[in-house]
Design a protein around this ligand. Structure first.
Ligand code: AMP
Length: 235
């Protein structure tokens, strides 16, 4: 990741609730990196009732994956729109299948602009994941969708139930209720090992970040692991 002529693309990989979204927000706020959450774009489609939204509504509600072609198009379209704007790019929650990984890596490899890809594997135990997901609250404003946790001092909203960023109401995501959370974790487990094997075969750099810690420490560890040094990372 030391090649200064390349734009690093971090593929955030880990189960729902492992802190991918929170670390993405911190990178975006403090380091001005660009960030795509496919889950967030999918929820926006559903809430706006677009054609894609209607197509993916059922999968989203039941904690299943939406189709690979929808996700690949979403990511590639977004990457094209981000041409040369950020010093780091985060894909949060994608790829989630080998077909998506192939589609996205092939796109990144085919671009004239040089990207260096790094998988960031967020590692957390399952009991902690369920506790975190059921304590997560998100801003209901689909343009914002800022994520909070009732468990972590750094991630709590300043005023209960109100978004610090835009003042909208905080809500619990439908798929953060316990039964759907369990389905989502099972889907993750099903694909996780084969995806990691795929990355190893393609010789993609993989770093692991222990995410069982408070979020500020996870962020510190993440920065150390990616070899990034920046004094703006402290509030
Ligand atoms: P997330 O916010 O990343 O937990 O995603 C919420 C939901 O959006 C998932 O349970 C899936 O239904 C859908 N989704 C988001 N990203 C993907 C992806 N890369 N592949 C398939 N489905 C996705």
């Amino acid at each position: 990741m030391s090649d200064l002529s390349c734009t690093p693309v971090y593929l955030f990989f880990g189960p729902p609730g492992s802190g991918k979204g929170s670390i993405s927000q911190m990178c975006k706020d403090r380091l001005k990196w660009a960030h795509l959450s496919t889950g967030s774009v999918c929820r926006k489609h559903v809430s706006e009732g677009t054609q894609i939204g209607n197509q993916i509504d059922f999968a989203m509600k039941s904690g299943k994956l939406v189709s690979d072609s929808v996700i690949i198009d979403m990511v590639v379209e977004w990457l094209k729109s981000k041409d040369a704007v950020a010093s780091g790019i985060i894909l949060d929650g994608s790829p989630r299948t080998i077909a998506q990984a192939e589609g996205i890596l092939d796109y990144l490899g085919s671009e004239a602009k040089h990207y260096c890809v790094c998988v960031v594997n967020f590692d957390v135990n399952q009991a902690e994941l369920i506790r975190r997901l059921t304590s997560r609250r998100v801003c209901e404003n689909k343009e914002c969708e800022y994520v909070y946790s009732l468990l972590d001092e750094v991630l709590r909203p300043k005023i209960d139930g109100v978004c610090d960023k835009c003042g909208s109401r905080l809500v619990q995501r439908n798929d953060d209720k316990e039964d759907v959370v369990k389905a989502r974790l099972a889907v993750y487990e099903k694909h996780a090992q084969e995806l990691l094997n795929f990355y190893k075969q393609r010789e993609v750099v993989i770093i692991s970040v222990s995410a069982n810690l408070p979020i500020e420490e996870v962020f510190e560890n993440f920065l150390k692991e990616v070899g990034f040094c920046c004094d703006t990372h402290k509030k």
